[in-house]
Design a binder for this molecule. Structure first.
Ligand code: SF4
Length: 315
């Protein structure tokens, strides 16, 4: 999979002061499963090192001004942001990771100032705003927010699910293939958004006998929207209970009690999600329940990322 990343996060010495903001999770963990496409609209516009810039709000319009001499640099940065956008648009991306707080790359974290020098709020940076408009359904996050275990787990799950859909789409799927794809993703979708999960089930059932292209387009929109939602402990618990129901005639009373205790302990944030999930995976293997073993919810991304081993990964 390919992910566009702010070049300074990859360790490139490209910031205004000639420094970088190397992020080890990106270069040491995600790099094992993704190729990166770097971008830096400010380096392209002004070179490195360069005077720092700020976002200025004047009459409800956002401008870019130099902190050194207050020159208006708006047009120049917009042009190089467009250039970087067309560069990354040549690559089939599965996501973008931005540097937080930057006037170019921040996602709702770039400070905006008034003419009198006071900070008045936070906005998307110039480049991040263009990316949002160009790719409304593409997974996007800032490295700052990815320090939070819950946001990190949600984002990585979204990246891999998005990439899975893109690969599925590239295989010229039939409606039968769509049914199989949906079946494998049922529990993952249910953990994200119960309502969308049901709507996607109705789309796949195709009671209105829609054309294949229409059906796939509707499914894609619903699927990509659902995976962008954040999972919650409550919804995840429902999914775990649902999965546990598959063994109700196979487990002994004490085995059932242990599994339910693990689910309760996960809900109470005493143990991480990986514990009840491993027990469910074990019983699914033991009783050869193919439907469960095929669920992407059990393995939504490579297990070595170990993102479900943190108690804080659930909220
Ligand atoms: S413009 Fe973006 S990529 Fe370039 S240094 Fe600033 S935050 Fe990093």
């Amino acid at each position: 999979m390919k992910i566009a990343v702010s070049a300074c996060l990859l360790g490139e010495k490209i910031r205004f002061d000639g420094g970088h903001k190397h992020d080890r999770f990106i270069t040491e963990e995600l790099s094992r499963f993704a190729e990166f496409v770097p971008f830096c609209p400010e380096h392209l516009a002004f070179g490195t090192p360069r005077p720092s810039i700020r976002l200025l709000r004047l009459e409800n319009q956002i401008y870019v001004h130099s902190n050194k001499d207050d020159t208006d640099l708006t047009e120049r940065l917009i042009q190089t942001s467009r250039d970087e956008l067309s560069k990354i648009a040549h690559t089939p991306l599965s996501g973008i990771i931005f540097k937080s707080k930057s006037p170019s790359c921040g996602m709702k974290s770039a400070k905006t100032y008034l003419d009198n020098g006071f900070c008045e709020g936070k906005e998307d940076g110039i480049f991040a705003s263009m990316c949002r408009e160009r790719y409304p359904l593409l997974p996007m996050e800032e490295e700052g927010r990815l320090q939070d275990a819950w946001l990190r787990e949600n984002f990585v799950m979204q990246l891999f699910a998005y990439d899975a859909y893109e690969q599925f789409k590239a295989s010229f799927p039939t409606v039968g293939d769509l049914v199989r794809f949906h079946t494998c993703h049922k529990f993952l979708l249910q953990a994200k958004d119960e309502q969308l999960y049901r709507e996607l089930g109705n789309i796949v059932a195709n009671r209105d006998a829609l054309k294949d292209e229409t059906l796939l387009a509707m499914y894609e929109l619903g699927f990509k929207t659902a995976i962008s939602r954040k999972s919650s402990i409550k919804r995840t618990r429902n999914v775990l209970e649902h999965m546990a129901g598959f063994f109700k005639n196979d487990l002994t009373k004490s085995e059932k009690e242990i599994l339910h205790e693990q689910i309760n302990d996960f809900t109470d944030k005493i143990i991480p999600l990986i514990v009840p999930l491993s027990t469910i995976a074990l019983y699914a293997q033991k009783y050869d329940i193919r439907y469960l073993l095929d669920q992407t919810f059990l393995n939504p991304y490579p297990k070595t990322l170990a993102l479900r081993s943190h108690i804080d990964a659930g909220k």
